[in-house]
Design a protein around this ligand. Structure first.
Ligand SMILES: *[C@@H]1O[C@H](CO)[C@@H](O)[C@H](O)[C@H]1NC(C)=O
Ligand SMILES: *[C@@H]1O[C@H](CO)[C@@H](O)[C@H](O)[C@H]1NC(C)=O
Ligand SMILES: *[C@@H]1O[C@H](CO)[C@@H](O)[C@H](O)[C@H]1NC(C)=O
Ligand SMILES: *[C@@H]1O[C@H](CO)[C@@H](O)[C@H](O)[C@H]1NC(C)=O
Ligand SMILES: *[C@@H]1O[C@H](CO)[C@@H](O)[C@H](O)[C@H]1NC(C)=O
Ligand SMILES: *[C@@H]1O[C@H](CO)[C@@H](O)[C@H](O)[C@H]1NC(C)=O
Ligand SMILES: *[C@@H]1O[C@H](CO)[C@@H](O)[C@H](O)[C@H]1NC(C)=O
Ligand SMILES: *[C@@H]1O[C@H](CO)[C@@H](O)[C@H](O)[C@H]1NC(C)=O
Length: 532
């Protein structure tokens, strides 16, 4: 039931729409967890010095034990780091705790548990109505010497199964990007010959059995731009589930081509201006809006299916770039009020502030998983608001965000009815104001900021004029779109049942099943890990 065949654009069918829909109303807690860093199976809290780049003790059974923590934040999917057997022992760049140094695609990484443990994680998630996303690497396998010991790789164990050695230097030469190697002579990421038809069919049947063995609901694909584009449609189809790919590039024009060959991409082109917009006061908010508009018009499914994120395991954590709490809260709000699938990297909610890899892979158990914290509460409210918006407006998920004029360069208004997100990069000492004559609400409609549950009213023309404080973001929803009997700001909600008619469009709207968030468990490195 959770898994539907998901076909790529080359194989359009109704099944595609179904699977796309199933994922788009989720929110991925990038619990995007690095399995090694999320939770220990016995609840212990061993020390974990990220700079040592060693295994710290997190496992799949550990994740099972901490699913309440994930679900309480409103997430309903977990993205875990790669599961397959990796390089063993220490290297110049430490151990393969992140899971991205494949040696054998048909064996599991025993540091994380057994096949039964992974199946237990999958069942535990499904028992909660949550999805499991697994990270896979096709582009390369990892060696520990130069030349690498080809016979250590399985099932591709001869030199001819790989492209000849050359390291990627010129990222403007796409052939080089696809056929030369990532990594370096210490830990070469030996480039699999994905032009070879036997290798292609082995990879396709591998992903199919991986998905069925562990009842996987979605696949995150590493280093997608490093494999020829026409490899991907058949691979994605073979997986039988939703695919989201990492295409690390800052231009929508480059990334959009990949939205034609897999279901979805992690929205890196928007991530760059997002970080720039909020890491200092005076960042350029228009540049962020412009990039989103480019993605809306150039990605195959607009921004709807893309993974919207502020942090991941390859980039310095946002809270290493600024300590201004208001800027942090505004930036964190972004992925949840956008068109894409919200993805949150584990630890952000606990104010982790590690810099570049490996500092950004902190052990979450060292935080104590405290839930009574302001950022955790923001995340709960944001997931709750998104869920309510989907429930209130049956077109919510297919309505593209619009940027409304606010009258100020340090504020922005992101409209996705019935939600209106008011953001600012003025910083903690600022007193932002938003003046939005055409907010689209009903005359004098009662609204609530879900981050505070404070009420306000639209003006006589449905416009909104708000004076904020402390540089905080506000996420407005009509009180009539919230559920009195539960969920975000239920204390001020004026609706009895989420399925009843809403103030927003006046018509009776079908309630959609639950939304969610994807939890990304464990990611770790890929190319940038050892290139950096
Ligand atoms: C792993 O190898 C690196 C590089 O040689 C070294 O600096 C580090 O101390 C080693 N770590 C352990 C735990 O052996
Ligand atoms: C290469 O890998 C094979 C298979 O694991 C192993 O038997 C052999 O000892 C390795 N050779 C070297 C030089 O490490
Ligand atoms: C691009 O890279 C390929 C593979 O390394 C190489 O054969 C080719 O000459 C390069 N093209 C240009 C224009 O440099
Ligand atoms: C799936 O399970 C079968 C049977 O145990 C096994 O042969 C195969 O290697 C597994 N595939 C993966 C990708 O785990
Ligand atoms: C992407 O990055 C390159 C290299 O830093 C830069 O020249 C280019 O202007 C950037 N493109 C955008 C859209 O920011
Ligand atoms: C902000 O970005 C917009 C759109 O990319 C650009 O036109 C404008 O010049 C930028 N403003 C500043 C101050 O750099
Ligand atoms: C409203 O909240 C209650 C309590 O959490 C829940 O049982 C009910 O399903 C919600 N209604 C809708 C339509 O979401
Ligand atoms: C997601 O929304 C679609 C409609 O867009 C709906 O058919 C589907 O059942 C929903 N799935 C979940 C899990 O809410």
């Amino acid at each position: 039931m959770l898994r539907l065949t998901l076909l790529t654009s080359l194989f359009v069918s109704s099944a595609l729409a179904a699977s796309a829909d199933q994922w788009r109303n989720r929110s991925i807690y990038q619990a995007r967890l690095l399995t090694d860093r999320f939770a220990t199976p016995d609840g212990s809290s061993p020390p974990c010095d990220t700079s040592q780049r060693q295994y710290c003790g997190g496992t799949w059974q550990g994740i099972v034990k901490k699913l309440d923590y994930v679900q309480n934040m409103g997430f309903d999917a977990v993205w875990i780091s790669p599961i397959v057997a990796n390089v063993e022992g220490n290297t110049s760049y430490g151990e393969a705790y992140h899971g991205y140094w494949t040696q054998n695609i048909n064996a599991l990484n025993s540091h994380f548990g057994t096949a039964d443990d992974l199946k237990a994680l999958s069942s535990a998630l499904h028992g909660r109505g949550m999805y499991l996303m697994v990270d896979v690497v096709v582009n390369h396998m990892a060696g520990t010497s130069d030349p690498p010991n080809f016979s250590a790789f399985q099932p591709f164990s001869s030199q001819s199964d790989f492209h000849p050695e050359c390291f990627v230097v010129n990222y403007d030469n796409q052939t080089e990007v696809e056929q030369c190697w990532l990594g370096d002579k210490n830990v070469p990421l030996v480039d699999v010959n994905t032009e070879d038809s036997n290798i292609v069919s082995t990879m396709n049947s591998w992903v199919s059995t991986l998905v069925s063995n562990f009842s996987v609901d979605g696949v995150r694909i590493d280093t997608v731009k490093h494999v020829r584009k026409d490899f991907w449609p058949e691979f994605a189809k073979s997986s039988g589930v939703f695919t989201i790919g990492e295409v690390l590039h800052n231009e929508t024009g480059y990334v959009s081509a990949y939205t034609q060959v897999i279901d979805s991409v992690l929205d890196y082109p928007t991530w760059f201006p997002l970080v720039a917009a909020f890491q200092t006061t005076g960042g350029n908010l228009s540049a962020l809006a412009t990039t989103v508009e480019q993605a809306q018009s150039s990605y195959k499914n607009g921004e709807f299916m893309s993974g919207s994120f502020l942090e991941n395991h390859d980039q310095p954590r946002f809270q290493s770039l600024t300590q201004d709490n208001a800027l942090i809260r505004n930036a964190m709000t972004w992925p949840f009020v956008q068109d894409g699938i919200p993805i949150m990297y584990y630890g952000q909610e606990q104010s982790y502030g590690g810099g570049a890899d490996p500092a950004n892979r902190e052990a979450l158990w060292l935080s104590g998983y405290v839930e009574d914290k302001p950022l955790v509460k923001d995340v709960q409210a944001l997931n709750g608001a998104r869920k309510a918006a989907i429930s209130a407006n049956s077109n919510y998920l297919t309505t593209a965000v619009k940027f409304l004029s606010t009258g100020s360069e340090s504020t922005m208004a992101v409209s996705k009815p019935p939600m209106l997100a008011l953001l600012t990069n003025g910083g903690s000492s600022s007193t932002p104001s938003w003046s939005i004559p055409n907010a689209g609400y009903q005359a004098n409609e009662e609204l609530v900021d879900v981050l505070t549950c404070n009420k306000l009213n639209a003006d006589g023309n449905g416009g909104v004029s708000v004076q904020g404080s402390g540089g905080s973001p506000q996420v407005l929803m009509p009180t009539s779109s919230l559920n009195k009997s539960g969920g975000v700001c239920s204390g001020v909600a004026t609706s009895g049942q989420a399925s009843s008619a809403r103030g927003w469009f006046g018509d009776s709207l079908q309630s959609l099943p639950v939304i969610a968030a994807l939890l990304f468990a464990g990611w770790a490195a890929q190319s940038s890990l050892i290139i950096a």
